[in-house]
Design a protein around this ligand. Structure first.
Ligand code: E4P
Length: 215
């Protein structure tokens, strides 16, 4: 499974990458706004740091404007993945980007039929938002299961990128289902490492080691 980091904070990306935890990056307009940097400059900076896919989202909502904006984003670096919202215009833009060999990540997916349409448009990745579904008392992971089953049934190449991940439990479920990618906030990545028994065990080993004869 590939781990993407869900942030536009270059310091955080650098730190996570130094630990070998970053196969790619996802950004969204809210995260870019938090970074305080202009979109194109920021995406160029991230693409230089990370060789894997870097998702950059279009802000336009019409097909024509998405095409212009998406092409501009794709020209920043060869690892840019143009992130497109799951709307009628968005799907049409994905269809055109597919013909132009521009990689796409279809975002804000909340139903299996939306995911089917994204795959038919040739999306490189589909992003089901599990945390936001949980927030409204749905089972976000059920959506991931449904999408994986549909894509397996019809042999679609579109990768399932589990998004809006909020906890290690989401990660466990995503890996058990067999999703291709998950994008995680750095906080959740770090939570995956920690276990109190590891800390206690290490503490005990280091204590016992003090009585090992020196030579
Ligand atoms: C994914 O591409 C999105 O940027 C992200 O996962 C959204 O997460 P949130 O629902 O926690 O904002």
């Amino acid at each position: 499974m590939k781990f993407f980091i869900d942030t536009a904070d270059t310091d955080v990306i650098r730190e996570a990458q130094s630990k070998g935890w970053v196969d790619g990056v996802t950004t969204n307009p809210s995260l870019v706004a938090q970074s305080g940097k202009p979109m194109e400059k920021l995406i160029a900076e991230i693409c230089e740091m990370v060789p894997g896919p870097v998702s950059a989202e279009v802000l336009s909502t019409s097909y024509e404007d998405m095409l212009v904006e998406g092409r501009k984003l794709a020209a920043i670096a060869s690892n840019v993945v143009v992130k497109v919202p799951l709307t009628e215009d968005g799907l049409r833009a994905v269809h055109s980007f597919t013909e132009e060999d521009i990689q796409t990540n279809v975002t804000l997916c909340f139903s299996p039929m939306q995911a089917l349409l994204a795959a038919k448009a040739g999306a490189t990745m589909i992003s089901p938002f599990v945390g936001r579904l949980d927030d409204i008392s749905h089972q976000g992971m059920e959506l991931v299961e449904q999408i994986c089953q549909i894509y397996d049934n019809y042999l679609f190449d579109t990768e399932v990128l589990v998004a809006s991940v909020r906890s290690p439990m989401h990660m466990l479920q995503a890996t058990q289902i067999g999703a291709d990618i998950a994008t995680l906030p750095y906080k959740v990545l770090k939570q995956l490492v920690r276990h109190p028994l590891t800390d206690l065990g290490l503490e005990q080993f280091l204590k016992d080691a003090q009585s090992i004869p020196k030579a």
